[in-house]
Design a protein around this ligand. Structure first.
Ligand code: ATP
Ligand code: MG
Length: 564
């Protein structure tokens, strides 16, 4: 453990940390750091959101500040309580706490309305009667200025009256909008009199039927930040072009308190993964995966069920860092993080997937013994589990070769290997069936080589094994990557990301597993020795164990481009 570390030099801070450090040094935010994570409750969170959560809550922790959870619930037609609940569960599971600061943009609808009235009174907003199509047709292009709305210069009183009628429900959907009066010739399209409110007679999951006008994202977001006292409003790069509008609103409102500052970073992109909520929804709705928490999904609930730990995801977010330019992170990094975490923390177990009988001819018939093996050799405090051993065992079929190449250190006729935590054995002969397949491997064991005893006998290979008489049978779901290609968004014309789905992303097999796993409950992790990391799935039941493969022990995916 490293203790008493000297304060990090400024250069090792990422650019967000540098900005915050400067703000604190120059007292631009009154010594405060207050961030927020602002999900729209219209889907389940994914690994990209996890990055944003770790960043926002992480910065607050690092600088002794606070981070709010704010639901950006301004679109009543797409949002549901189910999503709110799942988001809260996911943030908590990742290890972060918003304490009593659970906010909703909809909490501010009245205040936002009053802010809009302020802008109308200043002549900075107007009610426009163009349709959505007309507004878009008159917006121009970045090179060609837009056309001003014929309603742009109506008087304040008329605007106030119409805005009031919009709110009261007198006017039908789509007939009127409130627009900010900025600049129809601005080279920034977002500044061309953006819509602030639209009429939508729709039920809202929190405000019910109280409102029939709803604020647009750009209008709601910055003002919500202000109302919560956010100092650093961190968002992804696509909002960079929105920043002038973000600042315009805050300036025009003549606000008394400290104004938030928007800062952008590059969103997380991950190879072999899609992150668009819309596309993830398609996978769920079309039954291409088994729900939002399908272990192949990049959702936080999917990763959790797959067996990823909160620590591994935080480690990943940390190692990814923050960038100012778009980039793609190798999914191998995420897999590396879970290996690193579970190598330190997961108990070991032996499981045989493709068994072949191994018979120890010189071991007494009917006898068995229990051999201790470390629960986790990386953790000296983890103790031992007991492995039943007898004359009749199984090993992996692929650990035996009748005619092996030179560097095959596993079992072959005449060869000697160690059975993990047990004895050294020698293969004497094999029995085959009519097809020529090996059905029994007959061996001699050397009692003096019992694990833990001093012995001069040395061997190059160590195999895992199970004693079937005392073992449990388990269902194992072998997950592979959901997509066959690194960039599933890249498709030929007329195709979409679904053509890249990996048809072999799930194989269900049986395994024979040592008895220590017998009573394992859902969520419990294991390293199956020499094989991979696994977690007990929620479908598990007494007498019917179900494991998910998280990752193989080493990077060895077969269905990837690299290995074609
Ligand atoms: P959409 O806007 O299409 O619904 P979204 O992914 O932007 O999807 P939000 O709920 O608005 O969803 O996102 C909440 C927060 O998470 C935002 O601050 C957003 O910038 C951040 N975020 C979303 N995707 C990523 C990503 N891939 N990497 C980092 N942050 C992300
Ligand atoms: Mg968004």
């Amino acid at each position: 453990m490293k203790e008493n570390t000297t304060p990090e030099p400024k250069a090792s801070l990422n650019f967000l940390e540098q900005i915050i450090t400067n703000d604190l040094e120059n007292n631009t935010t009154s010594g405060k750091v207050h961030t927020r994570f602002p999900p729209e409750p219209n889907g389940y969170l994914h690994i990209g959101h996890a990055k944003s959560i770790c960043l926002n809550f992480g910065l607050a922790q690092k600088f002794n500040g606070k981070c709010n959870l704010r639901f950006d619930d301004t679109n009543p037609t797409k949002e549901e309580q189910e999503y709110v609940d799942s988001i809260k569960e996911d943030v908590r599971w990742l290890g972060f706490d918003w304490e009593d600061r659970e906010y909703y943009a909809s909490d501010y609808f009245e205040q936002l309305y009053q802010f809009a009235v302020h802008l109308i009174k200043k002549g900075k907003a107007y009610v426009c009667e163009m349709t959505a199509e007309e507004i878009s047709a008159n917006r121009g292009t970045p090179a060609i200025p837009g056309k001003e709305s014929p309603w742009r210069n109506r008087g304040v009183e008329e605007n106030l009256d119409l805005f009031d009628r919009m709110r009261k429900g007198d006017l039908p959907d789509g007939s009127h909008v409130l627009r900010a009066k900025v600049d129809m010739a601005s080279p920034n399209m977002h500044m061309r009199d953006p819509v602030m409110y639209r009429i939508m007679h729709a039920h809202h999951h929190r405000t019910g039927n109280d409102w029939c006008i709803y604020p647009m994202y750009d209008w709601a977001h910055g003002q919500s930040d202000y109302l919560e006292g956010i100092t650093h409003s961190i968002c992804t790069l696509e909002f960079e072009v929105h920043r002038p509008l973000y600042e315009w609103f805050l300036n025009e409102l003549d606000l008394p308190n400290l104004k938030p500052r928007q800062i952008e970073f590059a969103r997380l992109n991950l190879s072999y993964t899609i992150m668009s909520k819309r596309k993830l929804l398609t996978l769920v709705q079309e039954g291409l995966v088994n729900g939002w928490d399908d272990p192949r999904m990049p959702t936080i609930s999917g990763l959790r069920r797959r067996g990823f730990t909160p620590a591994s995801i935080r480690m990943f977010a940390d190692r990814v860092g923050v960038a100012k330019r778009e980039n793609v992170i190798e999914v191998g990094l995420l897999e590396h993080c879970i290996r690193e975490d579970l190598n330190k923390n997961a108990p070991r177990a032996m499981a045989v997937f493709n068994p072949v009988k191994l018979i120890i001819d010189n071991y007494p018939e009917g006898h068995s013994e229990e051999l201790p093996s470390p629960v986790n050799p990386e953790d000296p405090d983890s103790g031992h589990r007991m492995l039943p051993f007898s004359k009749n065992l199984v090993i992996e079929r692929e650990d035996f070769m009748e005619d092996p190449p030179k560097k095959f250190f596993r079992l072959a006729p005449g060869a000697e290997v160690r059975l993990k935590s047990a004895y050294i054995i020698r293969c004497d002969y094999v029995v085959k069936d009519e097809q020529g397949e090996v059905t029994e491997i007959h061996c001699t064991y050397f009692p003096e080589t019992k694990s833990g005893l001093p012995s001069d006998k040395k061997v190059k290979g160590t195999l895992h094994w199970v004693c079937p008489e005392h073992a449990v049978e388990a269902e194992v779901r072998l997950y592979d990557r959901l997509f066959k290609v690194s960039d599933p968004e890249e498709v030929e014309e007329g195709e979409d990301f679904r053509v890249h789905l990996n048809p072999e992303s799930l194989k269900v097999v049986k395994a024979i597993v040592e008895p220590s796993v017998k009573d394992a409950i859902a969520g419990k992790h294991y390293q199956f020795e020499r094989n991979g990391y696994y977690v007990v799935d929620k479908d598990t039941q007494p007498g019917n164990l179900v494991f998910n493969r998280i990752v193989p022990l080493r990077e060895s995916w077969v269905n990837t481009e690299k290995n074609k």
